[in-house]
Ligand binder design. Structure first.
Ligand SMILES: Nc1ncnc2c1ncn2[C@@H]1O[C@H](COP(=O)(O)OP(=O)(O)O)[C@@H](O)[C@H]1O
Ligand SMILES: [Mg+2]
Length: 312
């Protein structure tokens, strides 16, 4: 399959910090790729390099068939970027924002209006088309942002933490929009701190930790790296009081259940045992020895860390 994004050996330093320490990325055309990592991992820096906003200190990248260093204009014509900063005018309506950007992008007045209507329909904003953007919810605004970045259709779409700060429902609405972009043939490169988001959306996931890719594969491949199901003990109120990872074998599961049976909380007459599939959170912990949310190794349980390091 041809590659929409092909990056080799990307390095970036800020001061004495190796923010990116040699990144390789290969994203086939028409797929969704998630770069998953905690705050400060280097996700935005990666996106900035791939979208020609920042030059790498070392390495090369081609996006939509053009080199970001030698042909940035060719790259820019073929990509869109939606991120933290939005060019949305609060006083204007959704339609007005889109028409204005369409005109600025060189569309005729008629074409800009048609395109605005298409995009509002597509991103489920038709009902709010005439309302001032200042009255939009966070999820609606995020969808308008995305629509604005696609006034001129492009083959490669970059989304920097598209759903950060949104509630569960808005997040799911955005997910379905993002999926539909890929269904239509676009390549989507997104960054996220949400393990579930990468799991739900992406064909392939790379886990970024302190400027290095520490794992890459499909969600299932990543999950497979830490073995099998996790045995949970819940107390009478339904709260999880213990979780034991297993290797997924009958013997492993039985041993975990026996271990759970010896915990004081299991004496609670309402206590229950459940078995769940490993999550990407487990994967992150297994690979890096730290919780995805925590930034310091000290917060990982020492016992768990060594056990997981053996599994590496
Ligand atoms: N322009 C800059 N100057 C100095 N340090 C920077 C700059 N941009 C990013 N960094 C640092 O690089 C690291 C990675 O940042 P970033 O790529 O924004 O991570 P993420 O998007 O994963 O949160 C952070 O430690 C951040 O402070
Ligand atoms: Mg960022």
């Amino acid at each position: 399959m041809p590659l929409a994004i092909d990056a080799r050996g990307l390095r970036k330093r800020f001061g004495s910090d190796d923010v990116l320490a040699g990144l390789d990325l290969a994203v086939p055309v028409g797929t969704i790729f998630a770069l998953l990592g905690p705050n400060g991992a280097g996700k935005t820096t990666t996106i900035n390099i791939l979208t020609t906003l920042v030059r790498p200190d070392e390495g090369t990248a081609s996006v939509a068939g053009h080199d970001v260093g030698s042909h940035p204009d060719e790259v820019r014509r073929r990509i869109s970027l939606t991120g933290q900063s939005a060019a949305v005018d609060e006083v204007l309506s959704g339609t007005e924002n889109l028409v204005m950007l369409g005109r600025l992008s060189g569309l005729s007045a008629r074409r800009a209006r048609t395109r605005a209507a298409e995009l509002l329909e597509r991103f489920d904003l038709a009902d709010a088309a005439g309302r001032r953007v200042g009255t939009y919810s966070g999820g609606m605004r995020r969808r308008l942002d995305l629509a604005l970045s696609l006034v001129v259709p492009v083959p490669v779409i970059f989304l920097d933490e598209p759903t950060t700060g949104l509630d569960a429902r808005s997040r799911q609405e955005l997910w379905s929009v993002i999926r539909s972009l890929a269904d239509d043939g676009a390549t989507v490169f997104l960054t996220t701190q949400y393990l579930e988001e990468a799991d739900r959306l992406a064909d392939r996931i790379a886990v970024l930790d302190r400027g290095r890719i520490v794992a890459e594969g499909t969600a299932d491949e990543l999950k497979a790296r830490i073995g099998g199901e996790v045995v949970q003990l819940r107390d009478g109120a339904g709260a999880v009081v213990a979780e034991l990872p297993t290797d997924g074998t009958v013997h492993g599961l039985r041993a975990a259940v026996e271990q759970v049976d010896r915990l004081p909380a299991s004496a609670d007459p309402g206590a229950t045992v459940a078995i769940r599939r490993p999550s990407l959170d487990d994967v992150f912990l297994a690979i890096t020895g730290r919780d995805a949310a925590s930034d310091t190794e000290d917060q990982a349980e020492p016992g768990r860390r060594s056990e997981l390091q053996e599994a590496k």
